[in-house]
Design a protein around this ligand. Sequence first.
Ligand SMILES: Nc1ncnc2c1ncn2[C@@H]1O[C@H](COP(=O)(O)OP(=O)(O)O)[C@@H](O)[C@H]1O
Ligand SMILES: [Mg+2]
Length: 397
Amino acid sequence: MVQLQDENIEDEEEKVITTRKKSVKSSDDPLLTFLSGIKGLSDTMKKRVQKVLSTEGIVDPRGIKALTQKELENLPGISDATASLLRDQFETKSEGSIFLSLEEREELETVREKIKTGSKALDKLLQGGVPTGCFVELYGAPQSGKTQMCYSLAANTLLPEDFGGLDSGVIWLDTEGSFSSQRLKQVLSYYEYTYNIPKGKLNTNRFMVAATRTLAQIEQAIKEAGKIIPKNKVKLLIVDSLMDPFRSEYGGLGELASRQKHLNKFLHSLMRIAEAYNLAVVYTNQVMANPDPFATAMDKVQPVGGFVLGHASDIRLWLRRATSKIRNQYDAPHARRALITDCGWLPQEECHFSLGAFGITDVEEEANHRKLALELESGLVAPSEDEEEVQTEFVKL
Ligand SMILES: Nc1ncnc2c1ncn2[C@@H]1O[C@H](COP(=O)(O)OP(=O)(O)O)[C@@H](O)[C@H]1O
Ligand SMILES: [Mg+2]
């Protein structure tokens, strides 16, 4: 009897799903649906606009939001009047009034999802993880763990929701040539191993990396991102590292003003993408010594990029080696500390985390993870049937 009821429920659910699928089908192309709602455009013009936008990589109305009025006007075949019509339609359709009540604003903020870092202590510091729709800057000396944190954030974004992930896509802009696919796979293998994730459940097809050594390549990648983001449900965009191409293409002091202007423009294009698609933008940054003799301990090292970058970052996280006291206390030679140096809604607090074969973890876990990594490598851990593939892959890595 119970079984029968269940079957009926399943039948009903099946019906609902099929109806939903049918209704979605009629509006399969979000850009077409959006364009069809514009009253002042003829059908021929709508088709032409759609063609222009898709050749520019815009296949979703949110891509229009990610462009300025000027950028829209500069697209070939789009007149100033058409650009205005597109933006007006977007504004009336999705926003109504520019003013929001406190409740509406709160609702908007709760849309933010949190990407786990791999360390519970750091997640707690960030009130759940790295929030989507925000700019997060990871800065610190070489080897402080900036790139490793990016691997862990990428893995946690790709991870299925059942295992605390976002089941979403990641875009990685590698400006230093330091990205290693083997390393990301190694971090992912750990999650597959510990959560016993069935083979094929972890969708790595949604991970896209671009070698962007020059500013022209970065700009090209940002343009192409418009196509990739909606298709792969991208929720995390990594730039490792942000200032490197700006520093190498703009030399001496004489070019500083032009560099900052260019940086500002680039950050604004990223901001529009982050807002339009509700994705987290995480960038790494180098540090320089502060020449001010009266600088406090915290200000002795500063992230590069000046005020322009400082104002753009929603959360600035300073990564550095933990003190020997902490490293000895937890038998964690790779322990690091993370300090929130600037954030409009989080206190200036610090926590510890560790680096290891499995990416970012908690300091308390480092010794155990070190042992497990060795056991996995030497084949001492007997994997279950399901884990066999993961085990083989782990050893291969
Ligand atoms: N496969 C690995 N296994 C264990 N630890 C690693 C591995 N790869 C990198 N690390 C750790 O990460 C550190 C480098 O951190 P990274 O994030 O790349 O530095 P940066 O801040 O310069 O980007 C290394 O010193 C090492 O401790
Ligand atoms: Mg690095």
